[in-house]
Every structure is written in structure tokens, then in C-alpha cells.
Design a binder for this molecule. Structure first.
Ligand code: PLP
Length: 356
């Protein structure tokens, strides 16, 4: 195969849509200026439109990343009920980290039996939800392990919180089913630096007294996310990416493309007689991050190194699996095109033919 342009299959910060690049020369401007007001308001309105965000939800643009929200969520919400407890569905690295952070502020229940590997979502009949929990938390797409929820957990009326950092706007979502959704921008909707928080209004105003003011949803909402200097450039880029999503058919179209793209790779894995293997249960395989091993189930490290070296020579970069799981991981966020994925599939096929 001939090398073309570089294709970034990294887990994030990830590829930006090509259409956004011509706008990258952004003049610095005050976050109090009329020009920036226009940018932040347009970005918020685009998000409202693309996700049909109901009027009784605030949209915040914060700093501190997804990890900042591992603290922000309990600091703001664990005090919703006197018991100060929260249920966490732990299905991978990111929800495990969030649960650990929340333990600093209240009692955390992991609501299903502890998993020995993060390759599945335990059947909801095994979940023991606590009706007096302040909220139920889950990570909608576990970026490291490639485990994605294709359903919204039924919490029997308890406030539902989701980390959608790595599948935000990759498909439509019924925001009204959630108390809070958060997502770092750097995978599907922009560059690093800004984290979107969509929070139902009635859940604000009950932050613990030790909550840092910049993480206090009510304070940030009251200041239109401008309590302190916001990540102006990242918000500007997010606006451009949202515009691109809108011009390309919105969340429905992103979903169709993401199904098509991930199916190309999963089909190839499934038809490789075990040469490629994905450890994740079929029912919860991620459309965004596809982890796989080469040669044998637990991975042949020499073959995997050969695979990565060959990919890199063809300009396909950042395909190495997360250091905690090894192997290969292809991240197929919104900006990765069908052609990019076909190029990867062609390389995988060629590698299979040469090494099986
Ligand atoms: N949640 C998920 C699902 C992630 O993939 C990541 C990072 O990759 C995080 C949270 C942490 O985000 P950040 O590095 O912005 O703190």
C-alpha cells in the first residue's frame, strides 16, 4: 500500500474535521467581549439544537477535563440526599476512577459484582440499585476497554449521571432521561481544554461547602460559564466542530456513519478465524474505540509491533492500545472518515494475508 496523508486513530486528543482547519487562525479576544459572547452563545445554541437539550437544562463550558468532573459530580450532587451516597456502575478504567474520586465525598456503592476484566456490562438484573442514592453514575463509553452502553440504565427514578466523554454527539441521546451529562471535547467535538456539562436546573445549588467555586455548577451557570476565564479557544473550536456536525446531518448522521465505520472493522475481526480478536462482548462493543489483539487471544506482541510499525509507515498513527491493556486500539471518532477506516481495513487485510 502506498502512503497517503496521516490518519490519526488516537483515543484523544483526536482528529479534527478537515473543514475546521481554515478557521484555526483565531485572534485572541477578551472573554468579556461582545465577539466572545457571540461565540459562546452560538456554541451553546448549536449543542441545544443538535441534542434537543430541554429548556430546563443548563449547558456549562468548564475546565479541568473529564477528570475534573469525577470530582465535580459528587461535590455538586452527592449532597442531594442526606445519606450522601451514590451508585456507580464500574465497567472500565474511567468509571473506576470516577468512583474512587467520589469516595472522598460520600459513600459509593459499586452496584454490580466486581468485574475481573472490563469486557462486558453485567446484566441489569444483577444490579442492586439503592433507592436512596443521590445519583447513579455510569460511563457511557469506556475509551480504554471499548465497552459502550447501547441502552440507558433504568434507575427507577434516581438521578442518572453519565460520562459521555468519548461518545458525545456520536449518536443522538435523550437528554431528558439524565440529571447530568458531561464530556471532554477532545474526542468527538473539538480539542482539549473544555468540558461540557449539561445539568438539569433543579439539581444545582446543593454543592458541598468544600466544592471549589470554579466547579460549582450554580455559580458557573449564573455567570454563563464566565465566572473565571474560560477556555476561549477550545470553545471557539467546539463551535466550529458543532457547525460541521450540523452541516453533515447532525447526531443521526454521525450515528449512521459510526455504525458503518465500526462495522467495517468488527466484520473484519469476526471473519479473521481468530487472527484478530476483540475481547469485548458483542452486545457492548464500542463504535468509538475498538481494542483488538493479533495472532492469538492474548496477543502476539511481535506481530502487534510489526502491525503498528507497518501502519505507521502508511501514515496510520496512534493505533497502539492503552498501556494498561496492550494490543491495538482503533479510535473512530466523528472526524475519522469512512475512507480512513477503509484504509485501515485494507491494511488489516493485507497484514492478515501476509502473517496468518
Ligand atoms: N472519561 C473518559 C471516558 C475518558 O476517555 C477520559 C480521557 O480519555 C476521561 C474521562 C478523562 O478526561 P480528561 O483527560 O479530560 O480528564
Amino acid at each position: 500500500m502506498e502512503k497517503k496523508q496521516t490518519i490519526n486513530f488516537g483515543a484523544g486528543p483526536a482528529k479534527l474535521p478537515q473543514a475546521v482547519f481554515i478557521f484555526l487562525l483565531h485572534p485572541e479576544m477578551s472573554h468579556r467581549s461582545a465577539d466572545f459572547s457571540k461565540i459562546i452563545n452560538t456554541t451553546e445554541n448549536l449543542l441545544r439544537e443538535l441534542l434537543n437539550v430541554p429548556e430546563n437544562y443548563k449547558i456549562l463550558f468548564l475546565q479541568g477535563g473529564g477528570s475534573g468532573q469525577f470530582s465535580g459530580v459528587p461535590l455538586n450532587l452527592i449532597g442531594l440526599k442526606e445519606d450522601r451516597c451514590a451508585d456507580y456502575l464500574v465497567t472500565g478504567t474511567w468509571s473506576a476512577r470516577a468512583a474512587k474520586e467520589a469516595e472522598k465525598y460520600g459513600k459509593v456503592n459499586v452496584i454490580h459484582p466486581k468485574l475481573d476484566s472490563y469486557t462486558k456490562i453485567p446484566d441489569s438484573s444483577t444490579w442492586s440499585l439503592n433507592p436512596s442514592a443521590s445519583y447513579v453514575y455510569y460511563c457511557c463509553n469506556e475509551t480504554v476497554h471499548g465497552v459502550e452502553f447501547n441502552f440507558i440504565p433504568d434507575t427507577k427514578g434516581v438521578v442518572l449521571v453519565s460520562d459521555m466523554s468519548s461518545n458525545f454527539l456520536s449518536r443522538p441521546v435523550d437528554v431528558s432521561k439524565f440529571g447530568l451529562i458531561f464530556a471532554g471535547a477532545q474526542k468527538n467535538v473539538g480539542c482539549a481544554g473544555v468540558t461540557v456539562v449539561i445539568v438539569r436546573e433543579d439539581l444545582m445549588g446543593k454543592a458541598l461547602k468544600e466544592c471549589p467555586i470554579i466547579l460549582d455548577y450554580q455559580v458557573q451557570a449564573g455567570n454563563n460559564s464566565l465566572y473565571n476565564t474560560p477556555p476561549c479557544f477550545s470553545i471557539y473550536i467546539m463551535g466550529l466542530v458543532l457547525e460541521w456536525i450540523k452541516n453533515n446531518g447532525g447526531a443521526d448522521a454521525m450515528e449512521r456513519l459510526n455504525v458503518q465505520k465500526s462495522n467495517i472493522i468488527y466484520d473484519l475481526i469476526n471473519h479473521s478465524n481468530g487472527f484478530y480478536s476483540c475481547p469485548v462482548d458483542m452486545a457492548c462493543r464500542s463504535r468509538m474505540n475498538i481494542p483488538f489483539r493479533i495472532g492469538k487471544k492474548e496477543g502476539d506482541e511481535n506481530l502487534e509491533k510489526l502491525f503498528l510499525d507497518g501502519a505507521s509507515k502508511l501514515g496510520m498513527i496512534s493505533l497502539k492500545g492503552h498501556r494498561s491493556v496492550g494490543g491495538i486500539r482503533a479510535s473512530l471518532y466523528n472526524a475519522v472518515t469512512v475512507e480512513d477506516v477503509k484504509a485501515l481495513a485494507a491494511y488489516m487485510e493485507e497484514f492478515f494475508n501476509n502473517h496468518q
